[in-house]
Design a protein around this ligand. Structure first.
Ligand SMILES: CC(C)CC(=O)SCCNC(=O)CCNC(=O)[C@H](O)C(C)(C)COP(=O)(O)OP(=O)(O)OC[C@H]1O[C@@H](n2cnc3c(N)ncnc32)[C@H](O)[C@@H]1OP(=O)(O)O
Ligand SMILES: Nc1ncnc2c1ncn2[C@@H]1O[C@H](COP(=O)(O)OP(=O)(O)OP(=O)(O)O)[C@@H](O)[C@H]1O
Ligand SMILES: O=C(O)CCC(=O)C(=O)O
Ligand SMILES: [Fe+2]
Ligand SMILES: [Mg+2]
Length: 336
């Protein structure tokens, strides 16, 4: 009885499909969309007027969605300029973490020749943080996590030319490993290519559908040439698993789920491959205690780094490190 009354959102989907089909095709689509609605919709995406049913279904099934040409060249050029100012130490940003590739950090190079491989936590840099508040990005983010939006983690990744030890690779991982907040489906990452990103310079590599699994155990991979600090990878990673290389052009943006297994290959070009990203969580997410879970190892490492850098002890918790960084960009900060 109930089943014969399609909900409003199902009707929207059916109407959309109707516009693109006719006759028998339309009839089949009605049936198909009904089952899609029953089994898929609503878990990983929310009702919205932006995503087409095809895009919604794609994210539900694959755990990522690539939107071409989303961020303007002008904006990206401004982010690049600001990053260069940071590298030249012309400005100092409170809280910013500057990371160098391990192959360079552990070599004899003098400090100012060391390449910056990543800056993290630029929430206090208004120019870079503009990325996290771009209306174009937030419109998509809202489709995944709803109208209350916190920017939790910010990065500008400047993947260096590989120094010959394959340390420019990022092992396959799930970002949730780093996050002591939930629910998992109300977290999403936006990652924007700042230039052409391809297999040669180390594009993102994803395992489609892996977001439907659970959080895996993460550890440092056993790589001969070394691995960057905190670059944990899924333990027992199977390199034979089918994967997709996300080749992108400047401004293209991929949104992905925090359980999606992803990494990036080595940069075999002489240029620094740049991307900017932000992890968002709903303002009504909540913190969890990771004690006794697979995330205990990352909690321990983060606390060690905070202790060394700020000379504090156990009084700063893993949760605190996230609560301090989080910034509201839309709606209400409810429990984060
Ligand atoms: C979803 C998302 C969260 C996923 C991710 O972001 S995964 C990657 C997470 N990465 C991070 O959070 C960045 C962690 N990195 C950092 O906090 C810093 O770059 C540090 C590794 C602590 C180094 O910072 P800092 O102490 O300012 O640098 P120093 O030049 O004084 O070096 C101190 C000791 O650390 C070493 N080091 C520096 N950079 C790296 C590196 N990339 N990998 C491994 N070891 C490194 C450096 O050689 C030095 O070691 P010792 O000489 O003391 O033995
Ligand atoms: N043992 C491992 N554990 C975790 N991640 C790994 C492991 N081996 C490779 N990876 C990851 O798999 C992804 C692909 O790496 P790889 O260097 O093969 O790049 P690629 O894009 O496949 O390049 P190519 O075009 O040469 O095949 C990267 O994220 C890499 O870090
Ligand atoms: O830009 C990349 O290489 C991927 C970075 C990444 O996945 C991360 O830092 O979590
Ligand atoms: Fe990641
Ligand atoms: Mg390969």
């Amino acid at each position: 009885q109930k089943m014969s009354r399609p909900s409003a959102r199902l009707r929207v989907i059916i109407n959309h499909l109707d516009r693109h089909s006719a006759g028998i095709v339309s009839f089949l689509n009605r049936k198909a969309s009904f089952f899609i609605f029953i089994f898929q919709f609503g878990r990983y995406t929310l009702d919205n007027d932006l995503l087409t049913p095809e895009q919604r279904l794609f994210y539900e099934e694959n755990g990522f969605l690539l939107i071409r040409n989303l961020v303007s060249t002008q904006d990206i050029d401004r982010f690049r300029k600001e990053f260069e100012r940071i590298c030249r130490q012309q400005i100092k940003v409170p809280g910013l973490v500057v990371m160098r590739d391990v192959a360079i950090a552990k070599s004899e190079f003098v400090p100012d020749q060391r390449a910056v491989s990543k800056v993290q936590d630029f929430q206090e840099d208004p120019e870079l943080f503009r990325y996290c508040s771009l209306p174009k990005i937030l419109k998509y983010v809202e489709c995944f996590i709803g109208p209350n939006i916190m920017a939790m983690h910010t990065m500008l990744i400047n993947k260096p030319p590989d120094a010959g030890k394959k340390t420019s690779r990022h092992p396959m991982h799930q970002d949730l490993h780093y996050f002591p907040f939930r629910p998992v489906d109300r977290i999403v990452c936006a990652w924007t290519a700042m230039e052409t990103v391809n297999r040669q310079n180390g594009c993102l590599v994803v395992l489609p559908g892996s977001h439907k699994g659970t959080l895996q155990e993460h550890d440092y991979p056993e790589w001969e040439g070394g691995v960057n600090k905190m670059y944990h990878g899924v333990r027992d990673y199977d390199p034979e698993h089918p994967r997709v290389h996300l080749e992108m052009e400047k401004g293209d943006t991929v949104f992905f789920h925090p359980l999606l297994i992803h990494g990036s290959g080595m940069n075999q070009t002489p240029g620094f491959r740049k991307a900017i990203s932000c992890h968002y969580a709903s303002g009504d997410c909540y913190y969890i205690d990771v004690k006794g879970t697979t995330q205990e190892n990352i909690e321990k490492e983060v606390k060690e780094i905070v202790a060394r850098r700020h000379g504090v002890g156990d009084e700063v918790t893993f949760k605190d490190t996230w609560e301090i960084r989080g910034r509201l960009v839309q709606g209400e900060r409810i429990s984060m």
